[in-house]
Design a binder for this molecule. Structure first.
Ligand code: FE2
Ligand code: ZN
Length: 367
């Protein structure tokens, strides 16, 4: 069935297949009052055909009959909104804009006092992958209040809901030590790794030298890779890397291993997420013929992440600064640091990506 839409919005015709219409029927036999589909998947006939379709007398629904004998309907506004015409899908693809160094969205904390400011903040994170807030009060409780503007609860990891990071002279862990932290994404060893990350600077004394933060738009880097070295891109989409975190000596011993490619695409070939964290690379276990092509592609991408200044943003975190970033897209790192007797103290918390998307949607923003 093909629908021609009038009025505003997309005016391109939308094609709907009989089986798609049957699977999404909104009659009481197919959809319960809680919007849960009760069409039984094992009863769906993929060869079903539409035998009749008419607009209801009030103009709100498309009423249908199928060859299987079922009669039902679909709301016309819903149908238009869920069009899968190539034009609509193409328009949907343009909502993610690669972030380059000159475009870092920055806002003042006070702007979050009203709904417009919250909408702008979420839109920036949704579209560019990151937003830098200035002037957030410098306690971890105040930082948590910011996160609650998105969601009342945090995405917990084995660190708990909120992690405090202080560089320490005696630290062994790379996160707490003085050395440079290569741009990375957090928790890649989790199947459902952390979504939105809030990095809040509580203290960074004047005497602390260097230690600049680096934010890299992973999406922009891999889109460049796709253009310049498509064979590397394909390898990193196809070959599963190993991510792990193993420490048997902790109070709560940990042994996590997860294997998945660095770059993930959706059904339209768009990059929807990447995973990259040098410090959590585990031993590669793939087909023998994939080992060398993998490391060739890996080494190239690692250099691009490190040295492609066009996709990077450098910033010395001042007390009250807070990055809100999409950990499925952006990488964060830090140059080496010298404390010189001072203190640098960050609080980090995370929110589930789909809960963030729900909030963006509720706030009227595009998804
Ligand atoms: Fe990190
Ligand atoms: Zn139905």
């Amino acid at each position: 069935m093909t629908a021609e839409w009038g009025g505003g919005g997309s005016s391109s015709p939308s094609k709907y297949h009989s089986v798609w219409l049957r699977r999404n029927c909104q009659c009481q036999q197919c959809l319960n009052p809680q919007n849960q589909s009760i069409v039984l998947s094992h009863e769906l006939d993929p060869t079903v055909t539409l035998s009749e379709a008419t607009i209801s007398t009030d103009g709100s629904n498309l009423e249908m009959k199928w060859s299987c004998g079922h009669q039902g309907f679909l709301n016309l506004d819903w149908l238009r909104k869920h069009s899968y015409s190539s034009k609509v899908l193409e328009e949907g693809r343009k909502k993610i804009s690669p972030l380059f160094a000159t475009q870092m969205p920055q806002m003042d904390y006070k702007e979050l006092e009203d709904d417009y400011g919250v909408w702008k903040w979420l839109k920036n994170v949704n579209e560019y992958g990151v937003c830098l807030l200035h002037g957030v009060p410098c306690t971890k409780e105040d930082g948590l209040e910011v996160s609650k503007k998105i969601c009342p609860y945090l995405q917990e990891t084995f660190y708990g809901g909120l992690t405090e990071l202080k560089v320490e002279d005696s630290a062994i862990s790379v996160s707490y030590g003085h050395g440079a932290l290569e741009p990375h994404q957090d928790m890649p060893e989790y199947e459902s790794y952390t979504g939105i990350t809030l990095i809040h600077c509580l203290r960074n004394d004047r005497c602390v030298a260097e230690g600049e933060s680096v934010i890299v738009d992973g999406l922009a880097v891999v889109e460049k890779l796709r253009k310049t070295h498509p064979h590397y891109f394909d390898t990193l989409v196809r070959v599963p890397a190993t991510f792990h975190r193993i420490n048997h000596t902790w109070d709560r011993p940990i042994h996590m291993v997860y294997k998945t490619p660095h770059i993930h695409l959706n059904g339209h070939g768009q990059v929807i997420m990447m995973r990259w964290s040098t410090h959590h690379d585990g031993p590669l276990q793939v087909n023998e013929e994939d080992v060398e092509p993998y490391y060739e592609a890996y080494a190239y991408l690692a250099k691009a992440i490190m040295y492609d200044k066009e996709c990077q943003f450098h910033h010395r975190l001042e007390p009250g600064d807070m990055f809100t970033l999409n950990n499925h897209r952006m990488l964060h790192g830090r140059m080496k640091i010298q404390l010189n007797g001072g203190t640098r103290h960050l609080a980090v918390c995370t929110i589930i990506a789909t809960v963030f998307e729900m909030k963006v949607h509720a706030q009227g923003g595009p998804l």
